[in-house]
Design a protein around this ligand. Structure first.
Ligand SMILES: Nc1nc2c(c(=O)[nH]1)N[C@H]1C(S)=C(S)[C@@H](COP(=O)(O)O)O[C@H]1N2
Ligand SMILES: [Mo]
Length: 360
């Protein structure tokens, strides 16, 4: 599947093409609890499909007593549940790996937090009556493409005993407005705590099956592999990550920061799919020493990021590398150095922000 290349080889035009279609979230937007819809990151494997809502239906079938076929109007007429979720692409941080796996070259900002509204997955499963043999639900998108020489439609499954499925939503709205085309209009799956690939956009079908689904995005994509022949293990929930709002002002090209010598308030957000964030630490010397940040909850969802702040006094002029590091309730801590895998997934090594402190 993915080939790897040394960083010295540079970003190819193919990688640039992916990066220009799929944008990240500007870090300064971390100041806000919810990401403005147009600034939420995007990842689209193939094309954004054109959907005619007059004919579109969600079909729920396979191992159920009563298959369902629902129009968008049917879904919108039901009482909506809200789910505020921090979503992150599993490839976030990939471009910092050496050698660099060839796919969407994310630096570290492929994240966003949104309020998704729609119908609980469990509500529809219960209505359809899942038969005892069923073990997984397969979610199929309308979008088609070729990946690893395999023509396919985008599909991912969830085990029926996955606890996060109890909170999962089939969302027709994002931040109180109908889904935008790029975010999966008319309907998408949102499974809280899992990496982005799980949240199938442009849904057209849910199929209950009696064995683990082995479509491309499970058997080949989204697996942690140490080498090409390693069968690997599946990528699932988000590892902890803290990001900080780069302080001061940026240099246009390098985006290195310039700021004055007075004390400043560093702020950012941290999240994990393995439990609440219990600690964020900050370093001003590239991870040699750390001090604790203060945590707060201004979003109010257990599936969303927590805000953190830390007062920093540079004490002297010069160049500093600021880092932040998150720990979650399950005891996962961000590593200072990246851990490589073939697909370049889940690289949650700490963020480094170079700043130059200068007088006047
Ligand atoms: N049908 C479909 N669903 C999809 C994708 C896709 O390409 N097709 N991309 C997945 C990936 S890899 C991610 S990270 C998220 C991105 O969601 P967003 O673009 O709304 O942020 O959608 C997921 N759902
Ligand atoms: Mo992704």
């Amino acid at each position: 599947m993915e080939q790897a290349t040394e960083p010295a080889a540079g970003i190819s035009l193919d990688e640039l093409q992916l990066a220009a279609r799929n944008h990240a979230m500007p870090l300064e937007v971390l100041r806000q609890p919810l990401t403005p819809t147009g600034l939420h990151y995007l990842l689209i494997h193939y094309d954004i499909p054109a959907v005619d809502t007059a004919t579109w239906r969600l079909e729920l079938g396979g191992l159920v007593e009563r298959p369902l076929s629902l129009s968008l109007e049917d879904l919108r007429a039901r009482p909506a549940v809200d789910l505020t979720v921090t979503m992150e692409c599993a490839g976030n941080g990939r471009a910092r790996l050496e050698p660099r796996p060839i796919a969407m070259p994310w630096l570290g900002e492929a994240v966003g937090t949104a309020r998704w509204s729609g119908v609980r997955v469990r509500e529809l499963l219960d209505e359809a009556g899942v038969l005892p043999d069923a073990v997984e639900a397969v979610f199929s998108g309308i979008d088609r493409g070729v990946e690893g020489d395999v023509a396919q439609q985008y599909e991912r499954s969830q085990r029926l005993d996955e606890p996060a499925l109890d909170d999962a939503v089939l969302a027709h709205s994002m931040n109180d407005a109908p889904l935008l085309p790029q975010h999966g209009f008319p309907l998408r799956l949102v499974v809280p705590g899992w990496y982005g690939m799980t949240n199938v956009k442009w849904l057209e079908r849910i199929t209950l099956v009696d064995r683990p689904f082995d479509g491309y995005q499970h058997s080949t994509g989204y697996r942690f592999k140490r080498h090409e022949d390693d069968p690997g293990v599946p990528v699932t929930r988000m590892l902890p990550r803290a990001l900080l709002v780069p302080p001061g002002i940026p240099d246009f090209y390098s985006r290195e920061r310039i700021l004055g010598p007075e004390p400043c308030l560093l702020e950012g957000r941290a999240w994990s799919g393995y439990g609440e964030i219990v600690r964020v630490e900050v370093s001003a010397n590239e991870g040699t020493t750390w001090f604790d940040a203060d945590l707060e909850d201004d979003v109010g969802s257990r599936w969303a990021w927590r805000r953190w702040t830390a007062e920093w006094d540079p004490l002297a002029c010069g160049r500093f590398v600021l880092c932040s590091r998150a720990t979650d309730a399950a005891g996962n801590v961000q590593p200072v150095e990246s851990v490589w895998n073939v697909g370049g997934y889940a690289n949650n090594a700490v963020q480094r922000v170079a700043v130059t402190v200068a007088a006047g």
